[in-house]
Every structure is written in C-alpha cells, then in structure tokens.
Design a protein around this ligand. Structure first.
Ligand code: IPE
Ligand code: IPE
Ligand code: MG
Length: 249
C-alpha cells in the first residue's frame, strides 16, 4: 500500500493518531537523579517501551515508531554503547514471542550493517517471524539518522531510474526506510529537549509535535494519553485555511 504524503494530500482525520513516533529521551537523567548508573535508566526504559506498546495496541494505534539508538549515539562512551547493544539483544530474546502472540509486526530500521552479525540475524529472524501481523507495526529505529535515510533513499532512487535527472517527492519517498508506513501524525519527545536530533527528517514535515519534560522511564499510559489529548485538540491544516477544512475542500 502506498501512503499519500501529508504534504500532498490531507490524511483522513481519525480520533486517535494512526502513527506515533517517539524520541525516548531522558533515561540517563532519570538514573542520575536517583544516584543510579545510566544503565539503570536504560533498563527501566525498556519497561516503559513494553507499557507504551501495550497502551498503543489498546488504543487502536496502528504504527508506533521508537528512536532507540541514533547514528550519533556511537559517540557515547564505549561501555554505554555496548551495554545498549546487550539490552537490545535481551529485549529481542524476551519480547519477540510475546509480540508475535499479540499480532505485532516488528520492524527495525537504520544502518544495521554496523551491528554485530549475531544481532543482525536476530533482527532478521524477528522481522520474518512477525511479518504478517496486523494489529500494530512497531518500528525500532536503530543506528538510524534522518539524513542517512534521505541519502540511502536518494542512492536507491537514482539507481532505479538510470539517466533520469528530475525526480518527484514520491519517487524518493518509496525508497525511504519506512516507506511501509504513513507519515507520523504525532511526534513525541520526552526528557525536556525540544529538538529533532536527526530523527525522521523527511516524514515529520507535517506531524504534530509534542514535547514533555517527563523522562522516558516515567512515560506511562497517563503520559501517553496526555500527548494524544493534546494531538486531538490541534487543527491540522496542511497549508490550507481553517475554513477550508470545515467545508472539507
Ligand atoms: C535516551 O536516553 C536513550 C538513548 C539515547 C539510547 P539518554 O541516554 O539520552 O538519556 P539522557 O538524555 O542522557 O538523560
Ligand atoms: C536522541 O536522543 C536519540 C535517541 C533517543 C535514541 P539523544 O539523547 O541522543 O539526543 P541529543 O544528543 O541530546 O540531541
Ligand atoms: Mg538524551
């Protein structure tokens, strides 16, 4: 299925966002505030992911996209990076069966070539196993960067159209790592920072942005509902006037 971009067509308005994308930030500060090592925050963060996925299923959200590790996060101390990788492996080992039982399709997007081959295999197996599930598509962005995505899509688009020099947005969009999903309706960033940090640069063009000071490990169902209520109070105009929306032109 090809989704029309929100920059070209007004997506169907629904009471809950169809697609929520989250920058899960604040794990380290959550731990430091409690005099715990940063890793404790990441571990607690995994629990928050589990709760968030369950809550999205319960609310009929069809796509949830989580920024787990950015292309810039390699700049962190080696010890923290390897710990995050181990947590990723454990989470896959523990959660994939449950996801499959709950009809959740798992996708992992990003430049996976830099990961340990064993982790790459686990990801491939998990994706294969859950490929036909339809309740929720959970995308984990790992070694992902919005600029990386636009560049890799550009290379593929050029290779697929030899000799062509003029391209359309649609031709590029079909090669983006998340071409299987509509663009996010709601973007959430926890942890108090108000920036995109090289997340879905292309796809966030018309998403509603929501920032909260809550650290990711504390982001519970109530916090998710507050973000969804904020989303529901917005008027998405996509360049049109409010009056045009009322007459649905
Ligand atoms: C987000 O929390 C998790 C990752 C980036 C992997 P942080 O680790 O960035 O937590 P803070 O921002 O330092 O508190
Ligand atoms: C963004 O968080 C990436 C993830 C949540 C995976 P960071 O904590 O790395 O972002 P910056 O560096 O503060 O912008
Ligand atoms: Mg951070």
């Amino acid at each position: 299925m090809i989704f029309k971009s929100s920059t070209t067509a007004v997506p169907d308005a629904s009471s809950v966002p169809q697609h929520i994308a989250i920058i899960m930030d604040g794990n380290g500060r959550w731990a430091t505030k409690r005099f715990l090592p940063r890793v404790a925050g990441h571990m607690k963060g995994v629990e928050a992911v589990r709760d968030c996925v369950d809550a999205c299923v319960g609310r009929g959200i069809k796509y949830l996209t989580l920024f787990a590790f950015s292309s810039e996060n390699w700049r962190r101390p080696e010890e923290e990076v390897s710990l995050l990788m181990r947590l990723f492996v454990t989470a896959l080992e523990r959660e994939v069966s449950k996801m499959h039982a709950n009809d959740i399709r798992l996708k992992v997007v990003g430049d996976l070539s830099r990961f340990d081959p064993k982790l790459q295999d686990m990801i491939a197996n998990a994706q294969r196993r859950t490929a036909n599930n339809t309740q929720l598509t959970l995308t984990v962005c790992a070694n992902y960067g919005g600029r990386w995505d636009i560049m890799q899509a550009t290379s593929k688009m050029v290779a697929a159209n030899p000799g062509v020099v003029d391209f359309t947005e649609e031709q590029l969009a079909e090669h983006l790592a998340m071409a299987y999903a509509p663009e996010p309706d709601l973007f959430i960033r926890t942890g108090g920072e108000e920036r995109i940090s090289n997340f879905l640069l292309w796809q966030l063009a018309y998403s509603e942005l929501y920032f909260t000071d809550t650290f990711w490990p504390d982001f519970n169902t109530g916090a998710l509902d507050a973000a969804i209520s904020s989303y529901q109070s917005r008027e998405r105009r996509f360049g049109r006037t409010g009056a045009q929306l009322e007459t649905k032109t």
